[in-house]
Design a protein around this ligand. Structure first.
Ligand code: CAA
Ligand code: NAD
Length: 302
C-alpha cells in the first residue's frame, strides 16, 4: 500500500462517528464500506442497536446491487463491511486512536460544544474534528476547542440517505488549514462521494437553496394557489427533481426544517422573506407530526 498524500498530511485510516442515528449510522456505513476503521458511538447500547439496524438494512441493499446474482459475494461484502465497524458509548475513551471525528449528534449547540470540549482534551494533536450539522455555524461549535484544533476543525455535511446521496459539503471556517481541507477532500473521495467546498455560511450550499424552496412550496399551499400533490408532481415532472418539495419536507423532517428556518431568523444573515413562518408547518410540528419519521406530516405514511 502506498500513498500519494504529501508528508505534512496524514492519510485518514480510523474514524470515530459520534451519533448512531439516521445520519451517523449512514456515515459509519459508507466509511466501513470504503475499508476505513470505524468506531460508532452513541449514548446507550439501545441507541447503538438502532444504528446497527439502520446499517444492516442498508448494507444488504448495497450488496444486492453490487452483486445482483451472487449471494455468496453479497454476504462476503456485508461481513467485510461489519468487520470494519466497532461500537462504543464513550467517545473520549476511543478518540486516542482516531485520525478523524465526525459528529452527527442532536442539533443543539450546547450539546455539540460539550462533546467537542471533552474530545479536544482526549484526542491526539493530529486528529481532525468535523461536524455534520445542518444549520449551526461550524466556527461557533469549534470555538470551545484549542486554537490548534480550530485549524483542524471543519464541517463535513452529508445528505440523507447517506448511502445513496453522492455529495459531501466541506465547510471551511476562517481558521481551518490547507492540509486539513485536503485530508477531508481525500477521505471523501475514498468514501466514494464527491465533495464541494463552501464557506461557513447559513445552509452552506445545498440547504441555502433547498430550504427557501421548500418553504416557498408550503406558502403556495398556504395561499391556496395549488394543492400539495400538484406541487410535487409539478417539480418532479417539470423540473426533474426525484421528490417534490412537500414530499422532501416530510422526508427531511418538519421539525428539522422549522428549526433550520428559526435558526436563520435568529442569526439574521439571510433574506427575511426566506424565513417567514408558515402556519401549517408550525401546527404540524406542535402536534408532533414531523413527517416520514413519525408516520405523518403533510402526507400520511403507513
Ligand atoms: N441505503 C442504500 N441505498 C439506498 C438507500 C439506502 N438507505 N436509499 C436509496 N438507495 C439507493 C438505491 O439502491 C438506488 O440505487 P440505484 O439507483 O443505483 O439502483 C437509489 O438509491 C435510488 O433508490 P430507489 O430506486 O429505491 O428509490 P428512488 O429512486 O425513489 O430514490 C431517493 C430514493 C434516493 C431517496 C430519491 O428519492 C432522492 O434522491 N430524493 C431526494 C433526497 C434528497 O434531496 N436528500 C437531501 C435532503 S437535504 C439533507 O439531507 C441535508 C440536511 O442537512 C437536511
Ligand atoms: P438522529 O436524532 O437520528 O440521531 C442523533 C443521535 O445522536 C441519536 O442516536 C442520539 O442518541 C445521539 N446523541 C445525542 N447526544 C449524544 C452525545 N452527547 N453523544 C453521543 N451520541 C449522542 O439525528 P440525525 O438526523 O442523524 O442528525 C444528526 C446530525 O446530522 C444533526 O446535526 C443534523 O442537523 C445533521 N443532519 C441531518 C440530516 C437529516 O436529513 N436528518 C441531514 C444532514 C445533516
Amino acid at each position: 500500500h502506498f500513498s500519494t498524500t504529501p508528508s505534512a498530511q496524514r492519510e485518514i485510516q480510523s474514524v470515530i462517528v459520534v451519533g448512531a442515528g439516521l445520519m451517523g449510522a449512514g456515515i459509519a456505513q459508507v466509511a466501513a464500506q470504503a475499508q476505513l476503521n470505524v468506531t460508532m458511538v452513541d449514548l446507550s447500547p439501545d441507541q447503538l442497536q438502532k444504528g446497527r439496524d439502520i446499517i444492516a438494512a442498508s448494507v444488504r441493499r448495497v450488496a444486492k446491487k453490487k452483486f445482483p446474482d451472487d449471494e455468496g459475494k453479497q454476504s462476503e461484502y456485508v461481513d467485510r463491511t461489519w468487520s470494519f465497524i466497532e461500537t462504543g458509548t464513550k467517545a473520549e475513551a476511543v478518540v486516542a486512536g482516531a485520525d478523524l471525528v465526525v459528529e452527527a449528534i442532536v442539533e443543539n449547540i450546547d450539546t455539540k460544544q460539550k462533546l467537542f470540549m471533552s474530545l479536544d482534551a482526549a484526542a491526539p494533536k493530529h486528529t481532525i474534528f468535523t461536524s455534520n450539522t445542518s444549520s449551526l455555524p461550524i466556527a461557533e461549535i469549534a470555538k470551545v476547542t484549542s486554537e490548534d484544533r480550530q485549524a483542524r476543525f471543519a464541517g463535513l455535511h452529508f445528505f440523507n440517505p447517506v448511502p445513496a446521496m453522492k455529495l459531501v459539503e466541506i465547510v471551511k471556517t476562517d481558521k481551518v488549514d490547507t492540509e486539513t481541507y485536503q485530508s477531508l477532500v481525500d477521505v471523501t473521495n475514498r468514501i466514494g462521494k464527491t465533495s464541494v467546498a463552501c464557506k461557513d455560511t447559513p445552509g452552506f450550499i445545498v440547504n441555502r437553496l433547498l430550504v427557501p424552496y421548500m418553504m416557498e412550496s408550503l406558502r403556495i399551499v398556504e395561499r391556496g394557489e395549488a394543492s400539495l400533490e400538484d406541487i410535487d408532481v409539478a417539480m418532479k415532472l417539470g423540473a426533474g427533481f426525484p421528490m417534490g418539495p412537500i414530499e422532501l419536507s416530510d422526508f427531511v423532517g418538519l421539525d428539522t426544517l422549522k428549526s433550520i428556518v428559526e435558526g436563520w431568523a435568529r442569526e439574521g444573515k439571510v433574506e427575511p422573506a426566506f424565513v417567514k413562518p408558515v402556519k401549517q408547518l408550525t401546527d404540524l410540528v406542535a402536534k408532533g407530526h414531523f413527517g416520514r419519521k413519525t408516520g405523518k406530516g403533510f402526507y400520511e405514511y403507513v
